[in-house]
Design a protein around this ligand. Structure first.
Ligand SMILES: [Zn+2]
Length: 258
C-alpha cells in the first residue's frame, strides 16, 4: 500500500513523522498538544486532490457514487463509514465494500456509531476502533490495513491523539470542508490547490457536487487519489524538498518522483 521504502522511513525518523500539519492553518488550541500525525492537506507540489466521503449512511447514494466513479477509473477516493453502516450497507448490497476496495478506493475509521471521540475515554475509543476494524475485516474477508481516522464532528482531542498513537493512525482533517450544493462546492474545488483534502458526505447535494466537479477535474488534468497516496507523497516531500532521495547509501537505486 505504501510507496515509501523502509529506508525512507528510517531517514524520516521520529521527529518528521510526528506532528505533520499544514502551515497554512493556525494550530487549533487542541492541536497544539497533539503529538500523533495529523494532516489538513497533502503536498502542494502535485496536481492531486483527495476526495473523502464521511458517514456513508445512504446505500443508494453510495451506489450512485460508485457508478460515477466507474466513469472515471483513474479517480480514487476515501470513504469514512461508521461501523454500523458498514454492516447495514453490506446486508443491503453484499460485497459493496469489497468491490470499492477492489476498485482502488480506501476506507478509514469514523467510529462505530458516530460518537464524538473527544468525549470518549481512551479505553473506549480503542475498543470502538477494534470493533469497527473487525467489522470491516469481516465484510472484506481479509485483514485491512486502516491508516486514517476522520474524527467525528472534526474534533481534535486528547483521545484522538491516544487512538492514533496506539493504533498507528493518521488523523485526516481537510482543507476544503463540509460539502454542500454544487453552486458553492464546485467553485471551491475549482479554486482548489494541489494536495487539497476535500471533505464530503454521502448525501444527495454532495453527490450532485461530485457529478459536476469530476468532469471539470478530469478536463483540467487533476488526479483524485486516496489519502494513502496523498500522505505518502507528502512524506516523500518531507524527506527531500525535491521529492528525490539523493542519499543512495549502499543502494544502487535512486528514489525519485516523476
Ligand atoms: Zn461524520
Amino acid at each position: 500500500m505504501t510507496k515509501l521504502s523502509r529506508r525512507d522511513f528510517l531517514k524520516l525518523g521520529g521527529a518528521a513523522l510526528l506532528g505533520i500539519s499544514a502551515n497554512t492553518f493556525l494550530p487549533l488550541p487542541q492541536e497544539a498538544n497533539f503529538t500523533a500525525p495529523l494532516i489538513w492537506n497533502g503536498s502542494r507540489k502535485y496536481k492531486t486532490m483527495a476526495f473523502t466521503y464521511d458517514d456513508c449512511y445512504l446505500l443508494y447514494r453510495m451506489q450512485s457514487l460508485e457508478v460515477l466513479l466507474d466513469e472515471f477509473p483513474d479517480f480514487k477516493v476515501t470513504f469514512f463509514p461508521v461501523g454500523s453502516k458498514i454492516v447495514d450497507l453490506e446486508q443491503q448490497d453484499p460485497g459493496i465494500w469489497k468491490r470499492l476496495v477492489g476498485k482502488g478506493h480506501e476506507i478509514g475509521y469514523h467510529t462505530f456509531d458516530h460518537v464524538n471521540i473527544g468525549v470518549m475515554s481512551p479505553a473506549a475509543v480503542l475498543m470502538d476502533f477494534d470493533k469497527w476494524s473487525d467489522t470491516l475485516n469481516q465484510v472484506l474477508g481479509t485483514t485491512y490495513n486502516v491508516r486514517f481516522v476522520r474524527p467525528t464532528y472534526d474534533v481534535i482531542s486528547y483521545t484522538l491523539d491516544v487512538l492514533c498513537q496506539e493504533r498507528g493512525l493518521v488523523a485526516a482533517l481537510f482543507s476544503i470542508g463540509g460539502g454542500g450544493e454544487p453552486e458553492t462546492v464546485v467553485p471551491a474545488i475549482q479554486k482548489g490547490k494541489g494536495g487539497d483534502i476535500v471533505q464530503m458526505h454521502i448525501r444527495t447535494q454532495d453527490y450532485n457536487s461530485s457529478v459536476q466537479a469530476f468532469p471539470w477535474l478530469k478536463e483540467n488534468n487533476w488526479e483524485l487519489v486516496t489519502l494513502s497516496r496523498l500522505y505518502d507523497d507528502y512524506l516523500r516531500e518531507s524527506i527531500n524538498s525535491d521529492g528525490c532521495d539523493v542519499d543512495t547509501g549502499s543502494s544502487l537505486t535512486r528514489t525519485c518522483l516523476e
